[in-house]
Design a protein around this ligand. Structure first.
Ligand code: XMP
Length: 319
């Protein structure tokens, strides 16, 4: 059992002792870990921290705005907001293989981040939201097999051409401790209890080739799904939930005319470790409401299906 105010004081002391008056950069993703790391480091060294937030166009609805509001406006953290939406889409054009898409998104991120980092020419430190399970995972071989099924690109994959020293203040913490710390540092509950979101974002939730039009439809459907899960209390009862865009058209009826539009699949799972997972037994009434709302509110979608596959043999993401 640890004492939070003491822990924060000690962590701040350690960061100050290591960093001194040097500058630190951090890639902010909007996820829990990088957010808590940013808030903690900012508490310790204030304006010596610069965060870089890359909008790759594959984020969820209003996500970029929320990150900027939370960090730049509310916490007064220095955040460089890079709008790279067009650039990512251009690089992804014509690619439909999931692993190839991951490589492109990962490479593009690294490139942009390095460019920005090079501009902050006196930066000496690269901060990351690495947490204890990441540390064990990269040391152990148990997950090595799982990793070869899908390559995972996080901020962690930055090459050391930047010649920066690593600052990882969350390395000893488990996820629930990171969350507790985030709340104590004043981060909004919404952010702290957010489901995990893959580095490649909607890039692996739009099956096949990524297109702007698909991303827009997916964002709208996903936002409705998440809103209804939160409203019904199911968001906290699931470990991860999201919509998937299927680039196939099916026939429907809208009023007195025939429609021919795209399909959205809903995925919600319960899991502790993300290595195995059960599909969440969401109430039929809730599924019905979500389906109705998506079909009525998202123009371009006329069919919604629910994924009832476990992991294994299916994975949590569709790509
Ligand atoms: P799968 O689909 O392999 O997902 O059952 C297990 C967990 O990992 C997340 N995931 C990723 N996270 N980059 C990430 O940062 C990726 O490329 C990636 N692929 C899957 C997935 O969201 C789930 O939480």
């Amino acid at each position: 059992d640890w004492n939070m105010p003491n822990y924060i004081d000690e962590a701040i002391g350690r960061i100050r002792a290591r960093v001194g008056n040097e500058r630190v950069i951090l890639g902010l993703s909007g996820g829990v870990d990088s957010s808590v790391a940013a808030a903690l480091i900012h508490r310790a060294i204030g304006d010596q921290l610069t965060c870089v937030f890359v909008d790759n166009g594959l984020l969820r609805q209003h996500e970029a705005k929320q990150v900027m509001e939370t960090f730049s406006r509310n916490l007064a953290v220095n955040v460089i907001h890079i709008d790279a939406r067009r650039q990512f889409l251009e690089r992804l054009q014509g690619t439909s293989d999931p692993e190839q898409k991951r490589r492109i998104i990962g490479r593009e991120f690294v490139e942009i981040f390095q460019q920005e980092a090079a501009r902050i020419d006196d930066a000496k430190w690269l901060a990351q939201g690495t947490i204890y399970p990441d540390v064990i995972e990269s040391a152990g071989s148990k997950t090595q097999k799982a990793r070869t099924i899908k390559s995972h690109h996080n901020v962690g994959g930055l090459p050391d051409t930047l010649h920066l020293e690593l600052l990882e203040p969350l390395r000893e913490l488990f996820k629930d401790e990171v969350r507790e710390l985030g709340l104590a540092l004043g981060l909004p509950r919404d952010l702290v209890f957010r489901h995990p979101f893959p580095g490649p974002g909607l890039g692996v939730r739009i099956l096949g080739e990524v297109k702007y039009e698909y991303a827009e439809l997916l964002r709208q459907a996903d936002a409705i799904f998440i809103e209804e899960l939160k409203y019904s209390g199911w968001y906290e009862k699931t470990a991860q939930a999201f919509a998937v865009f299927l680039p196939v058209k099916s026939v429907g009826v809208m009023g007195d005319s025939r429609s021919y539009e795209y399909v959205i699949a809903l995925r919600a799972v319960q899991t502790e470790d993300y290595m195995t997972a059960h599909w969440a037994e969401l109430p039929y009434t809730l599924l019905a409401k979500i389906s109705n709302r998506i079909i009525n509110e998202v123009r371009g979608i006329n069919r919604v299906v629910y994924d009832i596959s476990g992991k294994p043999p299916a994975t949590i993401e569709w790509e």
